[in-house]
Design a protein around this ligand. Sequence first.
Ligand code: SF4
Ligand code: SF4
Length: 175
Amino acid sequence: MTAKDERYYQAYLSHHSVSRRGLFRGVFGAAHKTLNSDMPRTITRPPFACAEHLFSEVCNGCGECARACPYGLIDVHSGKAELTIDFAACDFCRRCAQSCATNALNVAFKADTTLRPSFSENCLQRQNQSCDVCQQACPQQAISAELEVDNEKCNGCGECKIRCFMSAVQLVLTA
Ligand code: SF4
Ligand code: SF4
C-alpha cells in the first residue's frame, strides 16, 4: 500500500465507524497490488465507491449492487459496476454499498456520484425566460439563481437532470 493509499483510508477510518476487518479483506488487500494510485475515473461508479485504482481491482462484477438498487441505476459492464442516471435520481439509500461483499462500495466512502450538472442552451433561463425547476428540485440547495453549482454541496444525485422538462441538464463526470 502506498503512503497515499494509507492517508486516504486513514482519513475515512478516523471519521467513520467501519469494519476494519472488512476493509482489510477488500480494498486494503488490493491496494498493495496496484501501482497507479492516480488513475482517473472515466466511468461513473455507484456512490460510496473507493478510489478508481482500487475499485478496478476489488469490484468483481458480482452484480449484487445492481440487484439492490431500487431504481435500477446500476449495471455491470466489462466486469465492473457502473452507474447511469437517466430515468431516476440516486437518493443515497446505501443499499448498493450495504450489498457489496468486497467493499468496493462501502458506506465509509463518500456519498457522491462525482457527477455534476451542466446546463445546455435548451435551458429556459439561458433564453431569458423564467424557470427555477432545477433549483427547487435540488435536495442540496446546490444550484444558485444564476445556475452556478456549488460543487461542495452537490453530491451528483441527478435530481436536477431528471426534473428538467427541457432536457437541458447533462451530468458530467468530475473525478
Ligand atoms: S445509493 Fe441507493 S439509489 Fe443510489 S445507486 Fe446505491 S442503491 Fe441505488
Ligand atoms: S445540483 Fe442538486 S439536484 Fe443536481 S446533481 Fe447536484 S445535488 Fe443533485
